[in-house]
Design a protein. Structure first.
Length: 327
Protein backbone atom coordinates (compact mmCIF):
# COMPACT_ATOMS: atom_id res chain seq x y z
CA UNK A 1 0.00 0.00 0.00
CA UNK A 2 2.91 2.34 0.72
CA UNK A 3 4.31 1.73 -2.76
CA UNK A 4 0.95 2.44 -4.41
CA UNK A 5 0.55 5.58 -2.32
CA UNK A 6 4.00 6.83 -3.25
CA UNK A 7 3.39 6.20 -6.97
CA UNK A 8 -0.04 7.86 -6.76
CA UNK A 9 1.53 11.02 -5.32
CA UNK A 10 4.01 11.19 -8.20
CA UNK A 11 1.22 10.72 -10.75
CA UNK A 12 -1.15 13.20 -9.10
CA UNK A 13 1.51 15.90 -9.27
CA UNK A 14 1.68 15.42 -13.03
CA UNK A 15 -2.12 15.37 -13.37
CA UNK A 16 -2.60 18.56 -11.33
CA UNK A 17 0.05 20.38 -13.34
CA UNK A 18 -1.55 19.33 -16.64
CA UNK A 19 -3.96 21.51 -18.59
CA UNK A 20 -7.53 20.57 -19.54
CA UNK A 21 -6.28 20.02 -23.08
CA UNK A 22 -3.83 17.37 -21.85
CA UNK A 23 -6.32 15.75 -19.45
CA UNK A 24 -9.29 15.59 -21.82
CA UNK A 25 -8.93 17.84 -24.86
CA UNK A 26 -6.56 15.68 -26.91
CA UNK A 27 -8.80 12.61 -26.74
CA UNK A 28 -11.99 14.61 -27.30
CA UNK A 29 -10.41 16.15 -30.42
CA UNK A 30 -9.59 12.67 -31.77
CA UNK A 31 -13.20 11.57 -31.29
CA UNK A 32 -14.44 14.83 -32.85
CA UNK A 33 -12.19 14.35 -35.89
CA UNK A 34 -13.60 10.87 -36.28
CA UNK A 35 -17.15 12.25 -36.38
CA UNK A 36 -16.11 14.79 -38.98
CA UNK A 37 -14.72 12.03 -41.19
CA UNK A 38 -18.06 10.19 -41.35
CA UNK A 39 -19.56 12.18 -44.28
CA UNK A 40 -16.42 11.63 -46.37
CA UNK A 41 -16.54 7.90 -45.67
CA UNK A 42 -20.19 7.51 -46.68
CA UNK A 43 -19.70 9.64 -49.81
CA UNK A 44 -16.64 7.64 -50.91
CA UNK A 45 -18.82 4.53 -50.94
CA UNK A 46 -20.90 6.09 -53.72
CA UNK A 47 -17.99 5.65 -56.15
CA UNK A 48 -18.02 2.81 -58.67
CA UNK A 49 -14.22 2.85 -58.72
CA UNK A 50 -12.28 0.51 -56.46
CA UNK A 51 -9.86 2.92 -54.80
CA UNK A 52 -12.39 5.54 -53.57
CA UNK A 53 -14.71 2.75 -52.47
CA UNK A 54 -11.93 1.08 -50.44
CA UNK A 55 -11.00 4.46 -48.96
CA UNK A 56 -14.62 4.76 -47.81
CA UNK A 57 -14.57 1.30 -46.23
CA UNK A 58 -11.26 2.03 -44.49
CA UNK A 59 -12.47 5.43 -43.26
CA UNK A 60 -15.75 4.12 -41.86
CA UNK A 61 -14.00 1.11 -40.32
CA UNK A 62 -11.43 3.22 -38.49
CA UNK A 63 -14.06 5.76 -37.40
CA UNK A 64 -16.34 2.99 -36.13
CA UNK A 65 -13.61 1.46 -33.99
CA UNK A 66 -12.46 4.85 -32.72
CA UNK A 67 -15.96 5.63 -31.49
CA UNK A 68 -16.82 2.15 -30.22
CA UNK A 69 -13.49 1.11 -28.70
CA UNK A 70 -11.70 4.32 -27.71
CA UNK A 71 -14.89 6.29 -27.05
CA UNK A 72 -16.66 3.52 -25.15
CA UNK A 73 -13.57 2.67 -23.12
CA UNK A 74 -12.95 6.25 -22.01
CA UNK A 75 -16.65 6.78 -21.32
CA UNK A 76 -16.89 3.63 -19.18
CA UNK A 77 -14.14 5.07 -16.93
CA UNK A 78 -15.65 8.58 -16.99
CA UNK A 79 -12.32 9.78 -18.43
CA UNK A 80 -13.83 12.15 -21.01
CA UNK A 81 -15.10 14.74 -18.55
CA UNK A 82 -14.91 15.81 -14.91
CA UNK A 83 -18.71 15.73 -14.67
CA UNK A 84 -20.39 12.47 -13.63
CA UNK A 85 -23.66 13.54 -15.27
CA UNK A 86 -22.00 14.18 -18.62
CA UNK A 87 -19.99 11.01 -18.13
CA UNK A 88 -23.25 9.05 -17.99
CA UNK A 89 -24.46 10.75 -21.18
CA UNK A 90 -21.24 9.91 -23.03
CA UNK A 91 -21.36 6.32 -21.77
CA UNK A 92 -24.87 5.86 -23.19
CA UNK A 93 -23.89 7.53 -26.47
CA UNK A 94 -20.66 5.64 -27.13
CA UNK A 95 -21.54 2.26 -25.59
CA UNK A 96 -25.21 1.91 -26.53
CA UNK A 97 -25.75 4.09 -29.59
CA UNK A 98 -22.37 3.56 -31.29
CA UNK A 99 -21.39 0.09 -29.99
CA UNK A 100 -24.83 -1.58 -29.67
CA UNK A 101 -24.11 -2.75 -26.13
CA UNK A 102 -25.53 -2.03 -22.68
CA UNK A 103 -23.80 0.75 -20.72
CA UNK A 104 -24.61 -0.61 -17.26
CA UNK A 105 -23.30 -4.10 -17.93
CA UNK A 106 -20.28 -2.89 -19.91
CA UNK A 107 -19.27 -0.58 -17.07
CA UNK A 108 -19.90 -3.20 -14.39
CA UNK A 109 -18.05 -6.02 -16.13
CA UNK A 110 -15.13 -3.91 -17.25
CA UNK A 111 -14.63 -1.39 -14.46
CA UNK A 112 -15.87 -3.25 -11.39
CA UNK A 113 -14.86 -6.81 -12.27
CA UNK A 114 -12.00 -6.75 -14.79
CA UNK A 115 -10.21 -3.79 -13.22
CA UNK A 116 -11.07 -4.70 -9.65
CA UNK A 117 -9.90 -8.30 -10.00
CA UNK A 118 -7.38 -8.27 -12.84
CA UNK A 119 -6.14 -11.82 -13.48
CA UNK A 120 -8.00 -13.20 -10.45
CA UNK A 121 -9.40 -16.54 -11.57
CA UNK A 122 -13.18 -16.66 -11.75
CA UNK A 123 -13.52 -12.87 -11.66
CA UNK A 124 -11.20 -10.67 -13.73
CA UNK A 125 -9.21 -13.37 -15.53
CA UNK A 126 -10.37 -12.40 -19.07
CA UNK A 127 -12.20 -15.73 -19.38
CA UNK A 128 -15.06 -13.99 -21.24
CA UNK A 129 -12.70 -13.83 -24.24
CA UNK A 130 -12.13 -17.60 -24.29
CA UNK A 131 -14.06 -19.88 -26.67
CA UNK A 132 -12.55 -23.31 -25.92
CA UNK A 133 -14.45 -25.25 -28.61
CA UNK A 134 -12.80 -23.22 -31.41
CA UNK A 135 -9.37 -24.21 -32.67
CA UNK A 136 -6.56 -21.69 -32.64
CA UNK A 137 -6.73 -20.58 -36.27
CA UNK A 138 -10.49 -20.13 -36.36
CA UNK A 139 -10.42 -18.19 -33.08
CA UNK A 140 -7.48 -15.98 -34.01
CA UNK A 141 -8.27 -15.27 -37.67
CA UNK A 142 -11.90 -16.09 -38.57
CA UNK A 143 -14.08 -15.71 -35.46
CA UNK A 144 -13.30 -11.97 -35.02
CA UNK A 145 -15.32 -11.28 -38.18
CA UNK A 146 -18.44 -12.23 -36.20
CA UNK A 147 -17.86 -9.61 -33.47
CA UNK A 148 -20.36 -7.09 -34.95
CA UNK A 149 -23.06 -9.78 -34.91
CA UNK A 150 -22.19 -11.29 -31.52
CA UNK A 151 -21.94 -7.95 -29.67
CA UNK A 152 -25.65 -6.92 -29.86
CA UNK A 153 -26.76 -10.52 -29.22
CA UNK A 154 -24.69 -10.65 -26.02
CA UNK A 155 -26.09 -7.24 -25.06
CA UNK A 156 -29.67 -8.50 -25.46
CA UNK A 157 -28.89 -11.43 -23.17
CA UNK A 158 -27.36 -9.12 -20.54
CA UNK A 159 -30.45 -6.90 -20.48
CA UNK A 160 -32.04 -9.44 -18.16
CA UNK A 161 -29.73 -8.11 -15.43
CA UNK A 162 -30.74 -4.43 -15.64
CA UNK A 163 -33.88 -2.48 -14.71
CA UNK A 164 -36.64 -2.37 -17.31
CA UNK A 165 -36.22 1.38 -17.89
CA UNK A 166 -32.51 0.96 -18.61
CA UNK A 167 -33.25 -2.07 -20.79
CA UNK A 168 -35.82 -0.10 -22.83
CA UNK A 169 -33.39 2.80 -23.24
CA UNK A 170 -30.65 0.41 -24.36
CA UNK A 171 -32.92 -1.27 -26.91
CA UNK A 172 -33.90 2.12 -28.38
CA UNK A 173 -30.28 3.31 -28.58
CA UNK A 174 -29.05 0.05 -30.10
CA UNK A 175 -31.80 0.08 -32.74
CA UNK A 176 -31.23 3.76 -33.53
CA UNK A 177 -27.47 3.32 -33.95
CA UNK A 178 -27.74 0.26 -36.19
CA UNK A 179 -30.62 1.67 -38.25
CA UNK A 180 -28.86 5.03 -38.80
CA UNK A 181 -25.81 3.19 -40.16
CA UNK A 182 -28.04 1.12 -42.46
CA UNK A 183 -30.10 4.14 -43.59
CA UNK A 184 -27.01 6.20 -44.44
CA UNK A 185 -25.60 3.38 -46.57
CA UNK A 186 -28.85 3.21 -48.54
CA UNK A 187 -29.59 6.93 -48.91
CA UNK A 188 -26.15 8.57 -48.84
CA UNK A 189 -23.80 5.87 -50.11
CA UNK A 190 -26.34 4.71 -52.68
CA UNK A 191 -26.47 0.96 -52.02
CA UNK A 192 -29.21 -0.58 -54.13
CA UNK A 193 -30.14 -3.59 -52.00
CA UNK A 194 -30.56 -4.18 -48.26
CA UNK A 195 -28.19 -7.16 -48.36
CA UNK A 196 -25.35 -5.16 -49.91
CA UNK A 197 -25.81 -2.46 -47.25
CA UNK A 198 -25.81 -5.05 -44.46
CA UNK A 199 -22.69 -6.67 -45.90
CA UNK A 200 -20.95 -3.29 -45.96
CA UNK A 201 -22.00 -2.72 -42.35
CA UNK A 202 -20.43 -6.03 -41.38
CA UNK A 203 -17.26 -5.22 -43.31
CA UNK A 204 -16.70 -1.80 -41.76
CA UNK A 205 -17.66 -2.91 -38.24
CA UNK A 206 -15.26 -5.87 -38.37
CA UNK A 207 -12.36 -4.04 -40.06
CA UNK A 208 -10.26 -3.92 -36.87
CA UNK A 209 -11.98 -6.78 -35.05
CA UNK A 210 -8.86 -8.97 -35.26
CA UNK A 211 -6.56 -6.62 -33.34
CA UNK A 212 -9.47 -5.85 -31.00
CA UNK A 213 -9.75 -9.52 -29.98
CA UNK A 214 -5.98 -10.00 -29.98
CA UNK A 215 -5.27 -6.99 -27.77
CA UNK A 216 -7.85 -8.12 -25.22
CA UNK A 217 -6.16 -11.49 -24.76
CA UNK A 218 -2.51 -10.55 -25.37
CA UNK A 219 -2.33 -8.11 -22.46
CA UNK A 220 -3.54 -10.39 -19.66
CA UNK A 221 -3.83 -14.08 -20.59
CA UNK A 222 -0.52 -15.91 -20.22
CA UNK A 223 0.58 -13.64 -17.37
CA UNK A 224 0.39 -14.68 -13.68
CA UNK A 225 -3.08 -15.68 -12.46
CA UNK A 226 -4.21 -15.59 -8.83
CA UNK A 227 -6.82 -17.14 -6.55
CA UNK A 228 -9.32 -14.71 -5.02
CA UNK A 229 -8.13 -15.48 -1.48
CA UNK A 230 -4.44 -15.18 -2.36
CA UNK A 231 -4.29 -12.17 -4.66
CA UNK A 232 -1.50 -9.66 -4.05
CA UNK A 233 -1.78 -5.97 -3.27
CA UNK A 234 -2.96 -3.68 -6.06
CA UNK A 235 0.42 -2.50 -7.33
CA UNK A 236 1.72 -6.07 -7.50
CA UNK A 237 -1.50 -7.33 -9.09
CA UNK A 238 -1.32 -4.79 -11.89
CA UNK A 239 2.42 -4.95 -12.51
CA UNK A 240 2.34 -8.76 -12.67
CA UNK A 241 -0.91 -9.26 -14.60
CA UNK A 242 -0.85 -6.50 -17.23
CA UNK A 243 1.27 -6.05 -20.36
CA UNK A 244 2.03 -3.14 -22.69
CA UNK A 245 2.29 -3.48 -26.47
CA UNK A 246 4.45 -1.15 -28.60
CA UNK A 247 3.00 2.07 -29.98
CA UNK A 248 1.14 1.71 -33.27
CA UNK A 249 -0.27 4.73 -35.12
CA UNK A 250 -3.47 3.03 -36.30
CA UNK A 251 -4.26 1.29 -33.01
CA UNK A 252 -3.22 4.30 -30.90
CA UNK A 253 -5.77 6.38 -32.81
CA UNK A 254 -8.63 3.89 -32.94
CA UNK A 255 -8.16 2.02 -29.62
CA UNK A 256 -6.28 4.59 -27.52
CA UNK A 257 -2.96 4.52 -25.67
CA UNK A 258 -4.53 3.01 -22.55
CA UNK A 259 -5.39 -0.16 -24.48
CA UNK A 260 -2.10 -0.45 -26.37
CA UNK A 261 1.18 1.00 -25.10
CA UNK A 262 -0.02 2.28 -21.70
CA UNK A 263 -2.15 -0.61 -20.46
CA UNK A 264 -0.11 -1.01 -17.26
CA UNK A 265 -0.55 2.70 -16.52
CA UNK A 266 -4.27 2.44 -17.30
CA UNK A 267 -4.80 -0.43 -14.86
CA UNK A 268 -2.95 1.41 -12.12
CA UNK A 269 -4.82 4.69 -12.77
CA UNK A 270 -7.99 3.81 -14.73
CA UNK A 271 -9.62 7.22 -14.39
CA UNK A 272 -7.01 8.93 -16.58
CA UNK A 273 -7.51 9.63 -20.26
CA UNK A 274 -5.42 8.04 -22.99
CA UNK A 275 -3.24 11.12 -23.37
CA UNK A 276 -2.60 11.32 -19.61
CA UNK A 277 -1.68 7.63 -19.50
CA UNK A 278 0.90 8.37 -22.18
CA UNK A 279 2.18 11.36 -20.19
CA UNK A 280 2.68 9.40 -16.94
CA UNK A 281 4.18 6.37 -18.70
CA UNK A 282 7.85 7.35 -18.05
CA UNK A 283 7.10 7.95 -14.36
CA UNK A 284 5.29 4.63 -13.88
CA UNK A 285 7.83 2.54 -15.80
CA UNK A 286 10.77 4.13 -13.99
CA UNK A 287 9.13 3.71 -10.58
CA UNK A 288 8.22 0.02 -11.08
CA UNK A 289 11.70 -0.82 -12.37
CA UNK A 290 13.29 1.12 -9.51
CA UNK A 291 11.26 -0.89 -6.98
CA UNK A 292 12.19 -4.16 -8.74
CA UNK A 293 8.58 -4.75 -9.81
CA UNK A 294 7.65 -6.22 -13.21
CA UNK A 295 6.92 -3.86 -16.09
CA UNK A 296 5.69 -6.23 -18.79
CA UNK A 297 6.24 -5.28 -22.43
CA UNK A 298 6.15 -7.38 -25.58
CA UNK A 299 5.56 -6.99 -29.30
CA UNK A 300 2.30 -7.79 -31.10
CA UNK A 301 4.04 -10.37 -33.29
CA UNK A 302 5.67 -12.08 -30.34
CA UNK A 303 2.35 -12.41 -28.48
CA UNK A 304 0.62 -13.67 -31.62
CA UNK A 305 3.14 -16.48 -32.05
CA UNK A 306 2.95 -17.25 -28.31
CA UNK A 307 -0.82 -17.73 -28.48
CA UNK A 308 -0.64 -19.80 -31.65
CA UNK A 309 2.02 -22.00 -30.06
CA UNK A 310 0.42 -22.35 -26.60
CA UNK A 311 -3.26 -21.93 -27.51
CA UNK A 312 -4.43 -25.14 -25.78
CA UNK A 313 -2.67 -24.20 -22.56
CA UNK A 314 -3.69 -20.54 -22.48
CA UNK A 315 -7.16 -20.51 -24.07
CA UNK A 316 -8.62 -23.97 -23.50
CA UNK A 317 -7.32 -25.34 -20.20
CA UNK A 318 -7.65 -23.57 -16.86
CA UNK A 319 -4.54 -21.48 -16.15
CA UNK A 320 -2.34 -22.44 -13.19
CA UNK A 321 -2.56 -20.29 -10.06
CA UNK A 322 0.59 -18.29 -9.37
CA UNK A 323 2.03 -18.63 -5.88
CA UNK A 324 3.36 -15.32 -4.58
CA UNK A 325 6.79 -16.53 -3.57
CA UNK A 326 9.25 -13.73 -2.93
CA UNK A 327 6.79 -10.83 -2.84
Amino acid sequence: EALMGELSELVQKVVKSSSWWERHGVDISILTCSFLLLPAGFLCLRSAQAIPFLVGVLTLGVVHHTLTVKGSHLASHNALTESKSWGKVWAIFFIELCSAFTAEQATYNHVKIHHGYTNVIGLGDSSTWKVPFLNRYIYMFIAPLAVPIITPLVALDLLRNVEWKAALRTLCCMFLGLYCHYWLLLHVSGFQSPWSALLCMLLTRSLLAHPYIHVNIFQHIGLPMFAADRKPKRIHLMSLGVLNLPRNALLDWSFGHSLISCHVEHHLFPGLSDNMCLKIKPIVSQYLKQKKLPYNEDTYTSRLWLFLRRYEELMVHAPPITELVGI
